[in-house]
Write a protein that binds this ligand. Sequence first.
Ligand code: SF4
Ligand code: SF4
Length: 175
Amino acid sequence: MPNMPMKNTGDDQSLPANRDSEAQQSDCADHASAEAPSPERPWYAEGLPFTCSQCGDCCSGAPGAVWVTDDELNAIASELGRPVGEIRLLHTKMIAGRWSLRDYPNGDCVFLDPKTRRCQVYGARPIQCRTWPFWPSNIATRGTWEDTCQICPGSGQGQLHSLEVIQRQADACDI
Ligand code: SF4
Ligand code: SF4
């Protein structure tokens, strides 16, 4: 499963919707817990389905940020067999005091292969990419999850991920 995303636009709605919205909302709602949500038992306590369709949309689209730490840059440099200084110089930019991967004018992340639409640093992709679609902002409510399902064709279908898996990924990401 290659391109696992994702650019943080600050407005997740700006990403393309590739599925029929009614069908997708139905898929999403099917897995919501019937019990009243609580911190111990959130609305997605029964798990949420997600299987990446490898469309690559989440690595492109509207301008955005893919946040990277120094450790993640080191890992990317190692994956590519390049000096970390070169990776930082050529492939990152500073946004509001944080390092982000650059993107091209067409919105593609600098590491998205334009032909295959696969991530060229998949094994070393940043945590932001690893934790999509289970970002705190995406799973905050049924509504935000349904919005996520509309912009990511893999969300709301496929493999059911447990509450523990979802929570672990959300806890690792600050978006
Ligand atoms: S299915 Fe979703 S996670 Fe997979 S590449 Fe497409 S937009 Fe990204
Ligand atoms: S690093 Fe890879 S997975 Fe992350 S946005 Fe760029 S191409 Fe996509």
